[in-house]
Design a protein around this ligand. Structure first.
Ligand code: MN
Ligand code: MN
Length: 463
C-alpha cells in the first residue's frame, strides 16, 4: 500500500462490501442463518403467524408466559403475548431493571390487502372480495400475482376459526385481475399511482353457480356454501374477522450466486427474525434484554398492538416494580435499536437516493440516524452521543454496518417506531437491513446484511 493509499484508508469513510471484510467461515455462517430465515418467511406471512411461530420457538427455548405478579431472577426468560398480534420476549439481566434495559424493536406487519368488513359480492357471475389496502403500496403491483388469504374469523357464538388458504401445495389461490393491454388505452394514460385504484383491488374468489339454483347471486351462494361447510361461517361472520390477502409465494434465493433472498414482507420480518434469534442466544446478559415485535407499524403504529401504545412501557414498568424499582427510571436508563429496514441503493432508480448517504446491499446493517420528511419532521433524530455508542459497539465487535438516509432531501420520506420509543425517554436509533423493492409484493435483501442484523442485535444485548 502506498503512503497515500494508507492515508486514504485511515482518513476516509468508505464502507466495504461484506465479502471483502468477512472470512469464509463467517460468510458460510451467514448463508446458513439465511436458511432458517427462509423457512420462517415461508411459514409466517402475517403478524398473528409470526407471534405463534415465535411463541413456540421461545417456549422450546425456556421462555414462560409473563406473570405480572411474579418475581424474576437473572436468566429468567419470559414472553408477553399482546392479543396474538404483538409479542415481547425478555431475558432478565444481572443488573436491576431500573438501571435500564436493552431493546430491539421490530415490526411484524407488512403492507397487504385487508378484506373489507362486508367483502363478498357477485358481479357478472364472478365472486369477488372487496379490499382496503393496508400500508403504503403501489397498487398496480398487486394485480395478476398469486395471492393467499390469512387471518381469523370470530363467529357469532364467539368461537374463532383460523384461515390460511393458498400456501399449501394443492391449495387454490386468489388474484386481483388487471385489464388486458389491448383495451387499456385509457388506463395506460392514468398516472402510475392511479393505474389501479383502491376500489379496483378486488379479489377473484370463484365463478361457478350453486347447483340447481335459478335465484340471484348463485355464484356468491355457492362460495358462501363452501365457506359454511369448511369454516361453519355465515356472511355476517365476516363483520368480526381480520382477513389479510398476501402474496402466495415463499422465500427464495435470488441470483446465480445465491447472495440475496426474495420474499414477501422482509419489511420488517428481516429485522424481527434476527432480533428473536439474538435474544435466544443472549444467555444471561448484564442488562435485561427485550425483543419487541410490534404490529401496525405500516399504518402509523396506532392501536393497542402498535408501539404508539403503552404496552411496552407497562411491561418495562412491571419488570422494574417487581424488583422494587421505578418504571420511569428504568426507561430513562434504557437503550433501543429500532430494528427496521431502510432502502437499499438501486442503480436502476439512482436518482432518488444520495449516494454518499444511501445504504447498499451487502455493506452490512444500516444505521439510520433519522427518518422523517420535509426537514426531518416526524422523526426521532438520534443524538451524536448515542450514535457514538452504537458505532463503538459495532466496530469493536465485528458488526459490519453503514449509514443510510431514506432518499434524497425532499424526495419523500418515511417513519419507524423510533419516535414512539423515544417518547418514553429511551435512547433509540434505527438499525436494520437494506431492502430492494421495499413494500413490493416481493422484496429483496442480502444474506450478509441479514446475518449482520443478528450479530448486531446479539452484540447490543450482550456487550
Ligand atoms: Mn418497516
Ligand atoms: Mn414499511
Amino acid at each position: 500500500m502506498s503512503k497515500n493509499e494508507e492515508l486514504r484508508e485511515k482518513l476516509f469513510y468508505d464502507p466495504k462490501h461484506g465479502c471483502k471484510v468477512m472470512d469464509e467461515a463467517e460468510i458460510a455462517a451467514a448463508d446458513d442463518f439465511a436458511e432458517g430465515y427462509k423457512k420462517f418467511m415461508t411459514a409466517c406471512k402475517v403478524e398473528r403467524e409470526v407471534v405463534e411461530y415465535v411463541a413456540d420457538l421461545a417456549a422450546a427455548n425456556g421462555f414462560v408466559a409473563f406473570d405480572s405478579k411474579a418475581q424474576y431472577k437473572p436468566g429468567d426468560k419470559v414472553i408477553y403475548n399482546n392479543r396474538g398480534k404483538a409479542v415481547i420476549l425478555a431475558v432478565i439481566g444481572q443488573k436491576p431493571v431500573e438501571e435500564g434495559v436493552r431493546i430491539a424493536a421490530a415490526h411484524i406487519d407488512s403492507p397487504r390487502l385487508d378484506l373489507k368488513p362486508n367483502p363478498l359480492y357477485e358481479d357478472a357471475e364472478l365472486a369477488l372480495f372487496k379490499t382496503h389496502y393496508y400500508g403504503g403500496i403501489k397498487k398496480y403491483q398487486w394485480t395478476a400475482i398469486p395471492l393467499a388469504l390469512h387471518g381469523v374469523i370470530v363467529k357469532a357464538d364467539g368461537t374463532t376459526v383460523k384461515v390460511n388458504v393458498g400456501e399449501d401445495a394443492g391449495d387454490p389461490k386468489f388474484v386481483v385481475t388487471d385489464l388486458l393491454p389491448h383495451l387499456a388505452a385509457d388506463q395506460m394514460k392514468r398516472t402510475l399511482a392511479e393505474g389501479i385504484k383502491g376500489e379496483e383491488l378486488n379479489i377473484l374468489v370463484g365463478s361457478r353457480p350453486f347447483k340447481d339454483d335459478e335465484g340471484s347471486e348463485s355464484v356468491k351462494l355457492n362460495i358462501m356454501s363452501i365457506l359454511n361447510e369448511k369454516y361453519g361461517i355465515v356472511e355476517s361472520d365476516f363483520l368480526s374477522a381480520e382477513l389479510e390477502v398476501v402474496p402466495a409465494f415463499g422465500a427464495d434465493d435470488i441470483g446465480f450466486d445465491r447472495s440475496l433472498i426474495g420474499a414477501y414482507g422482509h419489511d420488517d420480518r428481516v429485522c424481527a427474525y434476527p432480533s428473536v434469534m439474538a435474544i435466544l442466544d443472549a444467555g444471561t446478559p448484564e442488562y435485561t434484554a427485550l425483543t419487541v415485535l410490534a404490529d401496525k407499524e405500516e399504518t402509523g403504529s396506532e392501536g393497542n398492538t402498535g408501539l404508539d401504545s403503552a404496552y411496552m412501557a407497562y411491561f418495562i414498568s412491571d419488570l422494574a416494580r417487581m424488583q422494587g424499582g421505578v418504571g420511569s427510571i428504568a426507561m430513562s436508563n434504557s437503550q433501543c435499536l429500532s430494528a427496521d429496514v431502510n432502502a437499499a441503493f438501486d442503480p436502476t432508480f439512482a436518482g432518488v437516493l444520495e449516494r454518499r448517504n444511501a445504504a447498499f446491499a451487502n455493506k452490512g446493517i444500516v444505521v439510520t440516524k433519522y427518518t422523517g420528511a420535509r426537514g426531518k419532521s416526524g422523526t426521532s433524530d438520534a443524538s451524536a452521543e448515542f450514535m457514538g455508542k452504537i458505532r463503538r459497539l459495532f466496530n469493536e465487535n465485528g458488526v459490519i454496518w453503514q449509514v443510510g438516509e431514506l432518499g434524497k432531501v425532499d424526495e419523500g420520506g418515511g417513519g419507524t417506531v423510533a419516535k414512539y420509543v423515544a417518547y418514553h425517554n429511551i435512547d433509540v436509533v434505527d438499525v436494520g437491513v437494506p431492502v430492494l423493492s421495499m413494500h413490493a409484493p416481493y422484496e429483496v435483501i442480502s444474506k450478509i446484511d441479514l446475518y449482520m442484523a443478528y450479530k448486531g442485535f446479539l452484540t447490543f444485548f450482550t456487550k
